[in-house]
Ligand binder design. Sequence first.
Ligand SMILES: NC(=O)c1ccc[n+]([C@@H]2O[C@H](COP(=O)([O-])OP(=O)(O)OC[C@H]3O[C@@H](n4cnc5c(N)ncnc54)[C@H](O)[C@@H]3O)[C@@H](O)[C@H]2O)c1
Ligand SMILES: O=c1ccn([C@@H]2O[C@H](COP(=O)(O)OP(=O)(O)O[C@H]3O[C@H](CO)[C@@H](O)[C@H](O)[C@H]3O)[C@@H](O)[C@H]2O)c(=O)[nH]1
Length: 432
Amino acid sequence: MKISVIGCGYLGAVHAAGMAELGHTVVGVDIDAQKIAALTSGRAPFFEPGVDGLLQSRSDRLRFTTDISEVADAEVHFIAVGTPQAEGGAAADMRFVDAAFASLVPHLRPGALVVGKSTVPVGTAAAIAPQVEAAGASLAWNPEFLREGFAVADTLTPDRLVYGVRAGDDASVALLDRVYSTTLASGTPRIVTDFATAELVKVSANAFLATKISFINAMAEIAEVTGADVTTLADAIGHDTRIGRRFLNAGVGFGGGCLPKDIRAFQARADELGVGHALEFLDHVDQINQRRRARVVELALAALDDQGSRDATVAVLGLAFKPNSDDVRDSPAVDVAVALAREGVRVVATDPQAQRSAARKAPAVTIAPTVEEAINAASVVLVLTEWPEYRDLDPAALAPLTPARVVIDGRNCLDADKWRAAGWTYRGLGRS
Ligand SMILES: NC(=O)c1ccc[n+]([C@@H]2O[C@H](COP(=O)([O-])OP(=O)(O)OC[C@H]3O[C@@H](n4cnc5c(N)ncnc54)[C@H](O)[C@@H]3O)[C@@H](O)[C@H]2O)c1
Ligand SMILES: O=c1ccn([C@@H]2O[C@H](COP(=O)(O)OP(=O)(O)O[C@H]3O[C@H](CO)[C@@H](O)[C@H](O)[C@H]3O)[C@@H](O)[C@H]2O)c(=O)[nH]1
């Protein structure tokens, strides 16, 4: 099938490459000429395992352009533009979605299907559908659940597919089934529903995941004042299959381009709908999450005070919001590094992939190319992203670089006994 993807940022670029891998002929459109140039040369403008490989191996049926008129012969058009948090508010900024539809509609041919992939406030599809239908085309909302770091696998073999369509719109369901025929053949469940439910499935899934993380981080706060160990607690409650162990890792909390802004936009939309009280708990989820960042800053400053001076260096290992990504959007690690720099501390940070993106965002932080250079002569070492290479660090080999030997494990990812045995003062979050 001929498919277009409007918006080739993170989600759109991966989706375009994934659709080509599934056998479709794809044109990707973005207003950012630099992104289009990178994608055209077979390189994603971000780090995500496997994407460059697909861009290169499927280049025969994949092209990228800034010219929206090139989508005119596509049967299915995916909308994957950003819906960031609006400046100065909690709601989603819908200007990119509105602009994408405005630019696409004049090029729609009758019978085409427009598919929303972006995460949007409930009610968006119903509001937009009439302009698509006036062009003789149809609208569906097909939210995306991919995780950064696993984006290719999540695109090709997702946990589920959700189609939000007008009641009785069997033609759109049939078209989407053709788009995803390979995925469906491998047994992926598909849920066909209305626009509002599809939109809500997406934001409620992210709200649930954020709540699960903040729940365990609230337990970490309790553990910190009682001497309990939140990691053992998570293991123990996680054995209950009704609870499950995943997303119960306590630490510096959640960040990224999705969970934080999606729970805020969800609350803002509930307020508009007059049911803000139903989502008041998400405000607490957000606050618990923010408190974890403040707690790491507090622990680092206390460790410096113990050593007698804040005129010192703190090393930060990890800047990306999660491993296997160079994404620093709302990254807890960057936030903590910036907060410490604001306190007058010299912060030297490193990350296997996010050095460049973090340098742009946090000019007050010195970026070091290696762990050894970051740690050298530091009074405190913070581990804020659980990259496998940080989990596997040899504390004995690093010990001579820093006389103070204090490590704060903001992701509870290090082997505490091993670090202590190598002469380090180890401090986790929610565990002693
Ligand atoms: N990043 C993820 O892991 C992920 C996963 C699931 C859902 N989502 C959702 O997908 C959407 C996109 O997220 P993202 O992370 O890819 O954002 P992004 O900022 O990386 O990408 C958005 C892209 O849209 C482009 N754009 C803006 N206006 C445009 C227009 N009028 N025409 C064409 N292109 C335009 C921008 O230039 C940018 O490249 C958001 O709604 C997000 O919540 C993201
Ligand atoms: O136990 C855990 C699990 C995650 N995190 C943090 O939570 C954040 C988000 O992690 P994750 O959800 O894995 O990353 P994303 O790639 O942002 O994916 C989320 O956001 C996407 C965009 O909406 C959705 O598509 C995905 O399903 C949803 O998991 C990161 O900072 C993680 O470090 C924790 O602190 N503890």
